[in-house]
Design a protein around this ligand. Structure first.
Ligand code: ZN
Length: 287
């Protein structure tokens, strides 16, 4: 039986999983993201004791996905302490000696959603501690010399939010700076999960997320936009974002389907899209 491995390399944890030919999870384990040396060593140990035929890494970034680059497979300019310029792919591949695919965490999620739904033109956003986006056009990842950085796109500010400078260390009030989870607490002093549902900050946040969806619609013409991540796991947010999306787009583009089928939460529960995407990317390495 062919077995595939998945590494979801996140800033706080690495999720390791083994899957079968049908991309069903056979085993999984989480390890905390500590130093690169320790985290990579534990990852390698796991796959040495749970051998697979190929695996894929969906990583936090920015990462180098240009196969012609000298630093292909590296985590590059991340502000995460100790991780800048880390050869993530090379260390794992040389230790395990199997084919390893390498892409962004959101690309892995986008690919997993495509595998599960059969849709090959889609955009996947994750909205949590940070914001990232990945897109598939006719089954292929978008990207030129590098991967997209949709989380740091510039958006227009909400009239009731002009005094908030944003929390992105690079741009201040880019999308991530004003709409990721930490921006809620930075504005209100209250953690997102403790904020009452009638707090005005939810509609402010939804306004920004809706703009990201409008921008994705106008620039990629996807068949579906998926909103994953911790912030969107809250029931009320989807309705707020859909309403503001419709208002902002103002009927300019004909939707390919109803808004409820266009702006959706992930088809795979518990943010599991990336694992399935990684199994499928690993399978492609064996073709
Ligand atoms: Zn930014």
């Amino acid at each position: 039986m062919t077995r595939f491995g998945s590494i979801e390399a996140g800033g706080t944890k690495f999720v390791l999983a083994i899957g079968d030919e049908n991309f069903k999870i056979l085993e999984a384990e989480q390890i905390p993201t500590t130093t690169p040396a320790e985290t990579i060593a534990r990852t390698v140990d796991y796959f040495k004791s749970h051998p697979v035929d190929a695996l894929a890494i969906g990583s936090f970034g920015p990462i180098d996905i240009n196969q012609d680059s000298l630093t292909y497979g590296y985590v590059t300019t991340t502000p995460k302490s100790g991780w800048a310029n880390t050869d993530l792919l090379g260390k794992i591949q040389s230790a395990l000696q199997i084919p390893v695919a390498f892409t962004t965490d959101v690309n892995s999620s986008a690919f997993g959603e495509s595998i599960v739904t059969g849709k090959d033109c889609l955009v996947y956003f994750t909205i949590g501690t940070g914001i990232g986006g990945g897109a598939l056009q006719n089954g292929q990842f978008i990207g030129g010399v590098s991967h997209a950085e949709m989380g740091h796109q510039l958006i227009k500010r909400h009239a009731a939010d002009l005094d908030f400078p944003g929390v992105c260390p690079f741009h201040g009030d880019c999308l991530e700076g004003v709409a990721a989870g930490p921006s809620l607490e930075a504005r209100t002093g209250i953690r997102g999960e403790d904020l009452p549902l009638d707090h005005e900050v939810w509609d402010i946040q939804a306004y920004y997320i809706a703009q990201a969806a409008v921008n994705a619609t106008l620039t990629h013409a996807p068949g579906r936009i998926i909103l994953g991540g911790g912030v969107m796991a809250q029931e009320h947010m989807m309705a707020r974002v859909r309403k503001q999306f419709v208002d902002l787009l103002s009927g300019y583009v004909q939707m390919p389907c109803s808004i409820e089928d266009y702006l959706v939460r992930p088809a795979v529960s518990n943010n599991g899209s990336a694992t399935i995407g990684n199994f499928a990317l690993a399978a492609q390495k064996l073709l």
